[in-house]
Design a protein around this ligand. Sequence first.
Ligand SMILES: [Zn+2]
Length: 81
Amino acid sequence: MAYSTKRRFMAGAVCPRCSSMDTIVVFNLDGKDFRECVSCNFKEEMRLNIATSELQTRVNQQDEHSQDVQVIHIVSPDNNN
Ligand SMILES: [Zn+2]
């Protein structure tokens, strides 16, 4: 069975390895999106969904942390007085 991958160039995309422009092709394989540089053979899986969820988790943790800091900041003056 031959792969039915459709490769298409990403206009204006710059390769993170060789910094060449318009050499990045994207294709789908086994339900995953990959990008590949035709100039230096750089290849990377594009895990967009996972990256987004990681960012949201980090933001949520930062929000909780800042809330904790605010609570401590408000409680401390009361203890001192
Ligand atoms: Zn490259």
